[in-house]
Design a protein around this ligand. Structure first.
Ligand SMILES: Cc1cc2nc3c(=O)[nH]c(=O)nc-3n(C[C@H](O)[C@H](O)[C@H](O)COP(=O)(O)OP(=O)(O)OC[C@H]3O[C@@H](n4cnc5c(N)ncnc54)[C@H](O)[C@@H]3O)c2cc1C
Length: 548
């Protein structure tokens, strides 16, 4: 296995300005905004976000947010379904926290202003998604749940901005976590495209730092994630010496609109909820290939459906399969799925009358910065929340609609921990071993290497080719030009290389990790987590932690 070496910091100019708060929250999706609103109880909060407040995966979420709200449902059943989807690697205590606190948190979100769809009796309306044995998914605006949640949280944030203080800095790319002489986190350095005093590289100092930077989808050529999802939080945490776990478990969404071989970057998602309402999958010859593969057929967990789609594509030699919703009434489709119908029509497909071409694309990172039940990472003072984190609730595969819930529940947990204990502010120290960013032109090659080598199906060969390409890119594409794009490219490279390393080491198939050369789950060797951290000499060390 090739050595993976990372700098302890990315090269950046010395901070030209400083801003101070009690808690620095990085990111403005459901995780960051929930943490910020709640952390006000602990002190003054600063939210920094890469582009606009409403630019996040959260705002793109369609299907909804899962919680046992139905009288015939229970946290125990939600726990059961989550553990099944996680294929033996969920942390049951973390899942229990998620599913028992979930219903209360979703109701609070409704009370805060998120307009969930309601039944005629005024209860939150619930639908079903893959892997759930009950109707459990609260949704809003038809298929615009995330947009509505983001709107409600941002409105709540604006309402409380003045007192006791949440400050927001937009267009602020966090580069690295700053630490003090005892290796406690005490802020971040960031590049702001702003005006006046806060322009260029500065420092945001805080008594605690919460990374809520979302996913890493842009490491693949085709993803449902927005452009801001470049894995910055995981990469910065790694450089700060934090434990990162389970990166090999990537969820590929089985039904992403297929727009041809050359389509690149964020692609339109066709939510699972459409299958929940009766749409079915057919191969290009018209056969329903999921029937007989799994008792839940098209509503099996995502990894199972994605594997079914890939097998159907391989068997027919096609580059996509069909999603068939033609038997559903056109007015129902338009009312229940306005976003999806509009997006399909924009690309000249009408779901009411036509078959829709779909194929898997990267969707969700189940792994990330390893945390405990209070969102604490292995570096004191540094927390992680939402998709950037690995709390243990997803195991080898996230259950649909559990991720918005995770950001919500753990945002509250982190804020509670901060209210209990906020260390004094300390001074950042310079760390040796910084290195430059990568040429942004390398991004497309990183994406190509990951897509070919560590996509839905992986093997020792494909992964070793990807590892070699990434090593070559690191050697040849260093850049002294420091821009948002070149720092992001360095981050994409770091998380991509670590993902490939984890996927090479795990010689089995489980959840979101499908090895062609090791097609079976292997509990004897692999019931546990791969955890990586950066050592003092700049090499990444990976260990296996077996479950008891
Ligand atoms: C198309 C789509 C549909 C989905 N549907 C659902 C669904 O129905 N239900 C569900 O539960 N989940 C769904 N998911 C997953 C879910 O949306 C995400 O996992 C969840 O929203 C993550 O929330 P978050 O707050 O952790 O991160 P995000 O919402 O992604 O927010 C991350 C924030 O961090 C900022 N950021 C990133 N890097 C930096 C940096 N270096 N410096 C400063 N700021 C930074 C970003 O700009 C952004 O504001 C979907 C995802 C996508 C992409």
């Amino acid at each position: 296995m090739t050595d993976l070496r990372l700098p302890h910091r990315l090269t950046a100019p010395e901070p030209g300005w400083t801003v101070q708060a009690d808690v620095v929250v990085v990111g403005s999706g459901i995780a960051g905004l929930t943490t910020a609103l709640e952390a006000r109880k602990a002190g003054r909060v600063l939210v920094v976000t890469k582009t606009f407040l409403d630019e996040s995966s959260t705002a793109w979420a369609q299907g909804g947010i899962a919680a046992a709200l139905h009288p015939e449902d229970s946290p125990e059943q939600h726990l059961h379904d989550t553990l099944v989807a996680g294929v033996g690697l969920c942390d049951e205590t973390a899942v229990r926290a998620l599913v028992t606190e979930g219903p209360k948190r979703v109701r609070e979100l409704g009370a805060l202003g998120a307009n969930f769809e309601r039944t005629p009796e005024g209860e939150i309306a619930l639908t079903r998604e893959g892997g759930h044995l009950r109707d459990r998914i609260a949704h809003a605006g038809g298929d615009a749940t995330g947009r509505e949640i983001s709107r409600a949280l941002i409105e709540a944030l604006h309402a409380v901005k003045e007192d006791p203080g949440i400050e927001v800095v937009e267009h602020a790319l966090v580069i690295d976590v700053l630490t003090d002489t005892t290796d406690h986190a005490c802020g971040v350095n960031l590049h702001v495209i702003g005006e006046g005093q806060r322009d260029g590289v500065g420092a945001a100092l805080g008594r605690a730092v919460v990374l809520a930077t979302g996913g890493l989808g842009q490491v693949y050529a085709s993803t449902t994630n927005p452009p801001v999802a470049t894995g910055d939080g995981v990469a910065a945490a790694l450089r700060a010496g934090v434990d990162v776990a389970d990166l090999e478990f990537v969820q590929f969404h089985p039904t992403v609109l297929w727009l041809g071989r050359s389509a690149h970057g964020q692609q339109p998602l066709i939510s699972e909820a459409l299958r929940g309402e009766g749409a079915v999958l057919r191969d290009v010859e018209g056969r329903r290939f999921m029937v007989g593969r799994h008792p839940l057929a098209e509503l099996a967990p995502r990894d199972v459906v994605a594997q079914g789609v890939i097998s159907a594509m391989t068997e027919t030699g096609a580059e996509h399969v069909w999603l068939d919703a033609r038997h559903l009434p056109a007015d129902f489709l338009e009312q229940r799925f306005p976003t999806i119908v509009a997006r399909c029509r924009k690309h000249h497909f009408d779901p009411a009358t036509m078959l829709i071409p779909v194929a898997p694309a990267q969707h969700y990172a189940s792994g990330g910065v390893r945390t405990d039940l209070r969102g604490r990472s292995s570096v004191p003072g540094l927390y992680a929340c939402g998709e950037v984190s690995c709390t243990g609730v997803h195991g080898a595969n996230r259950l649909a609609s559990n991720s918005l819930l995770e950001g919500l529940v753990f945002g509250h947990r982190i804020a509670a921990d901060l209210a209990e204990q906020l260390p004094p502010q300390s001074e950042p120290v310079a760390r040796a071993g910084s290195a430059g960013a990568l040429d942004p032109a390398a991004r497309v090659f990183i994406q190509g290497a990951l897509t070919a080598g560590a996509g839905v199906v992986r093997s020792a060969n494909s992964l070793s080719t990807a590892a070699s390409s990434l090593a070559q890119l690191a050697a040849e594409r260093r850049s002294d030009v420091l821009t948002t794009e070149s720092w992001e490219t360095a981050n994409l490279h770091a998380v991509g290389a670590l993902l490939v390393r984890h996927a090479s080491l795990r010689e089995e198939t489980r959840g979101g990790h499908w090895r062609d050369d090791f097609p079976d789950r292997d509990d004897r060797r692999w019931r546990g987590h791969l955890i990586s951290s950066l050592t003092g000499d700049g090499t990444v060390r990976t260990r296996f932690e077996e479950l008891p």
